[in-house]
Design a binder for this molecule. Sequence first.
Ligand code: ADP
Length: 248
Amino acid sequence: MSEPIIEMKNVSFQYEYTQVLNNISFKVNEGDFLAILGPNGSGKSTLLKILLGLLKPQSGEIKLFGQPNETFRQREWIGYVSQKSNAFNSGFPATVEEVVKSGLTKKVGMFKRIPKDALLQVQDALKAVGMERFSKKNIGELSGGQQQRVFIARALIAKPKILVMDEPTVGIDHENVQSFYDMLYSLNKEQNITIILVTHDVDTVSNRISHVACLNQTIHFHGYKQEFDEISQEQLDKWQGHAVRKIH
Ligand code: ADP
């Protein structure tokens, strides 16, 4: 049996005037590939920020890798790729290799030496996302989907155990979404990286995913993808305020 590496119990959060998360309880096991679905404003980004230790909930309990959130120090185990990563224009003066290598400073610290085999690590990370042929290109010359892969490589170089992504398929052409999920699936299976992505777009939820959670202030559903597929559109509408359309 795999161990829960994320456990949230009765977590509630409010910004000054807005209650955003209400009694959130869920577990993520090592090796899960989880999509968190929710309409705009449902608290997805807030939940991610809590997971990343950037926001502190007013109540509830969080354990990461079995340790209480307050004393958890191995933050580099949780890699994050934000939605805004893939927005470089063509003039941006950094090569793919440089962007990926910059992910190492997070791990070794700004003023420590970058390890000698850094270039090898960069190549390995680029290979894992299918981008090794692009290492000398300028980041701005790549498509949105290719940039997204490079930023995943940048996160991978710090050797995370969990990869958290915010709307990763935004900016990827429809026909390339499946191969993007295939790439995530091989990271999940071959490198045993637990993957969590949030999206408001149910259409992008691929069969590569093992679990789905439906969030709208609270978790209305969390289970296997196959169980999610059994949920009716009517039920989803109740939970997600008509924002999520299922297509069979
Ligand atoms: P989602 O990612 O699902 O779109 P968010 O977590 O970004 O949702 O936002 C949830 C709610 O919290 C929204 O109503 C939003 O307006 C509000 N909110 C988000 N960030 C802040 C903030 N820094 N201060 C106050 N309210 C915020």
